[in-house]
Each structure stands twice: as C-alpha cells, then as structure tokens.
Write a protein that binds this ligand. Structure first.
Ligand SMILES: [Zn+2]
Length: 205
C-alpha cells in the first residue's frame, strides 16, 4: 500500500506497515503526525471549532466484507469507480468522509483536519444532542460485522485515541462511542466483533 511515512515513523519495514510509530496531533495543522494525509473535499466548518468532545468509532469495508483496494480512499475523495463493483452503484452521489482510517495492517490515513467537521455520523444523537458530526471526531476501522479486527488495528487505535485525549481536553474516556450507539437501528458499526473491553483497557495500559 503506497503511503507517505514521516521520518520519525519509518525506521523499519514493520513501522512502514503501520503497526508501530509515535502518534501525536500537530496543533498547527490539526493532523496526526505520522499519518498519511489524503485530504477529502467532504468537510465543512464546525459550528464551534473548539468543541471537539466525542470520539466515534466506525467500521467500513468496500465491497462489504472485503478488505484492501483503493475503494475507501476513493469513496472519501469522491472518485469511486461506480462500475467497478455492483455494490458501488448504491454509493453514487454519497458525499462522506471520516477524519481517519485504520487499515487492517494498522496503516493510518487522515482525510479531514480535526478542527473541521467530517461527514461520518449522519443522523445521530448523543446524550440528547443531535448532529454528532458538529462536535465529534470519526475514526474508521477497515472491518465488518463478521470478522475480528486485527491486533495492529487495536494497537494503532489505542495510540491515536491517546493522542486525541491529550490534544482535546473535552474528549474523555467516557465520551467514546460506536456509530451504532449514536445511530441505533440505522447503523451497526463497528459491530459485534469489535472488542470494546480490550480497546478501553488498552487506553489505561
Ligand atoms: Zn459508521
């Protein structure tokens, strides 16, 4: 998978595969150091740029239940070839994004700066407050409801989460949810195979 790796993050082929490396938010760019930067046009201004107070975990696979390929990047960049797979026709005219994607091998891509509003949650509600995109960060894991996530993904997600908790004081451990929690009945991701106890315990380790 082609990617731009910062010097800090490129000591070994293993690091290049995305399973290791220091993760921190650059306050000037509102981007994660060490992430591949692939800017999506699907974003706009947050109503209150200082209100970054919820982390939403998602899962995505394109086509469904299949991993690899350029399709997720292409979807977020509005360049998906809708003829490449029958399922893709249903995604025509969809304009979506997430702040970040963590691939099966742990490789990290960022599409939207954290002080901007990415379009990941859709119709949603958290503790009585609607439009979660306004005040949340969305992280996609390459995955699906049927297959377990990888160790490299948990490791990377843990590091990214710690970096976000350090950078955004209104975020907190008890303000991390799944997409299914804020859009119940409409969304199932990150799904039953996402190991919440493992993830949350890892944040304390
Ligand atoms: Zn989702």
């Amino acid at each position: 998978m082609p990617q731009n790796i910062s010097a800090m993050n490129a000591q070994t082929p293993k690091a290049a595969a995305g399973s290791a490396g220091r993760v921190a938010v650059d306050p000037a760019t509102q981007r994660l150091r060490g992430a591949r930067w692939l800017p999506s046009p699907n974003f706009d201004e947050r109503p209150d740029p200082a209100d970054v107070s919820l982390l939403v975990i998602h899962a995505i696979s394109l086509p469904p239940d299949r991993f690899g390929g350029p399709w997720i990047d292409d979807l977020f960049l509005n360049r998906l070839d809708h003829a490449a797979h029958p399922y893709f026709a249903s995604l025509r005219d969809l304009k979506v994004s997430a702040h970040c994607l963590i691939r099966r091998d742990g490789a990290l891509t960022q599409y939207v700066a954290f002080d901007q509003r990415a379009w990941h949650a859709g119709k949603s509600q958290y503790r009585g407050r609607e439009r979660c995109n306004d005040f949340s960060i969305g992280i996609e894991l390459e995955g699906c409801d049927r297959k377990p996530f990888t160790q490299a993904q948990y490791r990377r997600l843990t590091r990214v989460t710690r970096a976000l908790l350090r950078a955004y004081p209104r975020l907190a451990r008890d303000r991390i949810v799944g997409h299914s929690d804020i859009a119940p009945g409409r969304k199932t991701d990150p799904g039953p195979r996402f190991d919440w106890p493992r993830y949350l315990a890892g944040l304390d380790a």
